[in-house]
Design a protein around this ligand. Structure first.
Ligand SMILES: NC(=O)C1=CN([C@@H]2O[C@H](COP(=O)(O)OP(=O)(O)OC[C@H]3O[C@@H](n4cnc5c(N)ncnc54)[C@H](O)[C@@H]3O)[C@@H](O)[C@H]2O)C=CC1
Ligand SMILES: O=C(CO)COP(=O)(O)O
Length: 332
């Protein structure tokens, strides 16, 4: 078994901090990179990330640093920055990584500019890294507080997946191993787009029946897209697909759902997208999913409606009417 004693976490937002807590509870030495010195200081001096996880007491063994090179002195890395920032952040690691470093992608999304999945972005900018993906129904605040959580952790090599599972798993955090990197990435990326749609439905008071229909038809879109890209159906029906869709599409703790909620209510959403605001991945991933799906000849009408709304091409009422007036067809 590959031994993982020290874990470097890149990104001290809500998720990076929660995963630092998890790794520390699993008995690992943890070095957490924060891009601003004040966050690093607060984590070291007060054992708290006041901006992203206020009120959560962090394990005293977590060492934060604003020097990214320090976080790379590890047996494995976790990348917990937003999907759209991953390329630049990963490129900044080039000088500091040894060969064959396991790098776990914890972000959920597709790169908007290239339409690439994050494993492919990593392969381009850090070809020496060995990619893994962690995804599943897990709010950072739940994980950091030690509430019971289960996720999927995929790597192409089953031995590496197993080593990462035992490096990060503890009594309250259960990673299930997988070798389906594609399926795990698709679930995490698409569910954020669908969560925006569900938030809109709730914000517009369209009813619980509409919300359930949207989850089921959204899952059908995720499955068609996954099938076209070679994902395993059981991955999509598992924690990182259906599991995360159910969580994110039904709960206002989700930033994607709450963004949709604000849209549906007609609130001003601009402040939710400014630099420094918590990340709403589905807004950037929606157009990328739609472009990839079009290239594959896969129909994803709900994702397309979300993309059209968030890019300002159509209004909400037109988007809803467009979905409801599609030709009637057999289920599938
Ligand atoms: N918060 C949650 O419950 C979960 C989040 N995720 C995923 O984790 C990823 C990160 O999300 P959060 O930590 O929640 O977001 P966040 O908004 O709390 O933190 C993002 C972090 O990335 C850093 N960052 C942002 N732009 C950057 C850039 N251009 N260069 C370098 N660093 C940059 C910020 O300083 C911050 O530390 C997202 O892809 C999200 O979908 C996954 C599971 C759960
Ligand atoms: O991915 C998440 C839970 O699994 C967090 O969702 P949000 O990014 O929508 O908050």
């Amino acid at each position: 078994m590959i031994a993982i004693g020290t874990v470097g976490i890149i990104g001290a937002g809500a998720w990076g901090t929660a995963l630092a807590q998890t790794a520390a509870l699993a008995g690992r030495s943890v070095v957490l990179w924060a891009r601003d010195e004040r966050t690093a200081w607060a984590i070291n001096a007060r054992h708290e990330n006041p901006r992203r996880l206020p009120g959560v007491v962090l394990q005293p063994g977590i060492r934060a640093t604003a020097d990214i090179a320090e976080a790379c002195h590890a047996d494995a890395l976790v990348l917990a920055v937003p999907a759209q920032a991953l390329r630049n952040v990963a490129a900044g690691l080039t000088a500091h990584l040894g060969a064959a470093m396991p790098v776990v992608i914890a972000a959920k999304g597709i790169e908007r500019t290239s339409g690439a999945f994050l494993v492919d972005v990593l392969a381009e900018v850090l070809p020496a890294a060995v990619p893994a993906v962690l995804s599943g129904p897990s709010f950072a605040a739940d994980v950091a507080r030690g509430l019971p959580t289960a996720v999927t952790l995929a790597a192409a090599d089953a031995g590496l997946a197993a080593a990462l599972v035992s490096a990060l798993g503890h009594a309250a955090f259960r990673p299930y191993s997988s070798t389906d990197l594609t399926g795990v990435q698709i679930g995490g990326a698409v569910k954020n787009v669908l969560a925006i749609a569900c938030g809109i439905v709730v914000g517009r008071a369209l009813g619980a029946s509409a919300q359930a229909a949207l989850i089921a038809r959204g899952f059908a879109e995720m499955s068609r897209f996954g099938h076209a890209l070679g994902a395993r159906p059981e991955t999509l029906a598992g924690l990182s697909g259906l599991g995360d869709l159910v969580l994110t599409a039904t709960n206002a703790q989700s930033r994607n759902f709450s963004f949709g909620l604000a849209l549906g209510r007609g609130d001003d959403t601009e402040a939710l997208l400014t630099d420094g605001a918590a990340v709403t991945e589905g807004v950037w991933t929606a157009p990328a999913v739609v472009a990839r799906a079009a290239g594959l000849g896969v129909e994803m009408p709900i994702c397309a409606a979300v993309a059209a709304v968030v890019t300002g091409r159509i209004g909400l009422d037109d988007a809803i009417e467009g979905l409801m007036s599609r030709p009637l067809r057999p289920e599938g």
